[in-house]
Design a protein around this ligand. Structure first.
Ligand SMILES: O=C(O)CCC(=O)C(=O)O
Length: 193
């Protein structure tokens, strides 16, 4: 029988469909990627006039939050296509099924609120660079929330699929120093154009 202390100490289990790999990239690969990411023409994220303290850029496809449309945009540059191969291998998805990528730059003090990604997207593979962050997950359970979290370390990858993708929300509290995330998403069959 586990002791009561052990029960209180137990971390809530991560939701089904969530996978995490701590060292997808080497420090050298991370540095090279950051050089490329800093050259991208990222724009301040804005949603119905609200500024999210993040800068973002999309390739392949771009979701327009104001118009609620998915639009074709420039193809991924070579360095993101190479990263996509690594992301796809981790997620056991064919690389060309990850047709969209979102690059997000979080300045110190920036985070992202609770949300589920738009239904036009299927699985999500996120790669974290520079600062670590707490990747939080929650799901409504009666009148309370089931919660789980993981530290997304620099150079790590996470996969959101299954229930973790469709039933659970995620959020990231403000980071202490700059962080980049590169999130590859696949388009659901019904919206593929
Ligand atoms: O930065 C991340 O890893 C998560 C990004 C995210 O949740 C989003 O852009 O919807």
């Amino acid at each position: 029988m586990p002791s009561q202390l052990a029960l209180f100490d137990a971390e809530p289990a991560l939701p089904p469909g969530f996978r995490y790999a701590p060292d997808l990239l080497s420090p050298q690969e991370e540095s090279e990627l950051v050089v490329h990411l800093r050259e991208l023409p990222l724009k301040e994220f804005e949603f119905h006039g609200y500024r999210g303290k993040r800068r973002t850029g999309s390739f392949g496809w771009r979701y327009d939050f104001d118009r609620e449309t998915l639009d074709r945009v420039d193809d991924m540059p070579g360095f993101l296509r190479a990263l996509r191969v690594r992301a796809a291998a981790f997620a056991a998805i064919e690389a060309d099924r990850l047709q969209h990528v979102l690059v997000t730059e979080y300045g110190a003090g920036a985070g992202i609120g609770w949300h589920r990604d738009k239904a036009v997207f299927g699985e999500i593979v996120g790669i974290s660079l520079l600062a670590p962050c707490t990747f939080r997950l929650r799901r409504k359970s009666g009148t309370t929330w089931e919660r789980a979290s993981v530290t997304a370390e620099p150079r790590s990858a996470y996969l959101l699929s299954g229930a973790a993708r469709t039933e659970w929300e995620h959020s990231i509290p403000p980071v202490e120093s700059p962080r980049y995330s590169v999130t590859f998403r696949n388009l659901r069959e019904t919206v593929r154009r």
